[in-house]
Design a binder for this molecule. Structure first.
Ligand code: HEC
Length: 186
């Protein structure tokens, strides 16, 4: 190696080490913006619910109350007994998915019950998401599952019972990435 070349080589190494060292030092020295999130802060934003029921809130509901709530808050868009109006039907379609006229509803299509609760709480009523109580959301979920014939009349819907509901299309999903380990086996 010529002297000039080896000098350049050495200079590059010094440069690299300087950058590596300053990055490490910088990493340890934070800009001290914000403050650590408290348990209460995390609870406020972490309200998602998982297919196995993880993170379902306390509370419970019955279809009889869900029907009354539905007729106030949901019927204008989803129609009588969820048959569909300006917004999608929420009832029916079971057995239709493989036909020429598939009707995808929460009853015919969705693989898990806890995430139906999650969806409704997160996004409905369309103009005022998360505006009802957890009990109310459990109740409308119970009503819709009963209308779909998935729950027996009078079933109590809560964090314990909802994950046990077996949805008709539970096995209708395939994993598009079979080599990637997944928490849920669809
Ligand atoms: C102002 C109209 C409106 C109201 C009121 C409303 N929804 Fe919806 N809902 C919609 C629309 C629009 C969609 C479709 C949203 C999308 O696909 O992005 C929807 C989607 C849904 C879905 C998902 C359907 C599926 O198969 O994917 C459910 C479940 C649902 N609504 C339940 C309810 C419940 C329960 C209430 C009352 C608490 C309610 N909605 C009130 C307009 C409404």
């Amino acid at each position: 190696m010529k002297t000039e070349e080896s000098l350049m080589y050495m200079r590059n190494w010094i440069l690299f080490l300087t950058i590596a060292l300053t990055t490490c030092v910088d990493g340890a020295d934070t800009p001290e913006l914000g403050q650590p999130a408290s348990e209460a802060d995390i609870e406020q934003v972490f309200w998602s619910v998982f297919p196995d029921g993880e993170n379902l809130p306390a509370g419970s509901g019955l279809a009889v109350d869900g029907k009354a709530l539905f007729n106030i808050y949901c019927i204008a868009c989803h129609g009588i007994e969820g048959a569909g109006l300006t917004a999608v039907a929420l009832v029916g379609g079971q057995g239709s998915l493989a036909t020429d006229t598939p009707l995808k509803t929460i009853g015919s299509y969705r693989p898990y019950a806890p995430t139906i609760f999650k969806y409704i709480r997160r996004s409905m009523p369309y103009i005022a998401p998360m505006s009802l109580s957890n009990d109310d959301y459990y109740a409308v979920t119970a009503y819709l599952l009963e209308l779909n014939g998935i729950l027996e009349p009078g079933s109590v819907v809560n964090a314990e019972t909802l994950p046990k509901v077996r949805m008709p299309n539970r096995d209708g999903f395939v994993n598009a990435y079979p080599k990637v380990p997944r928490k849920y086996d669809y």
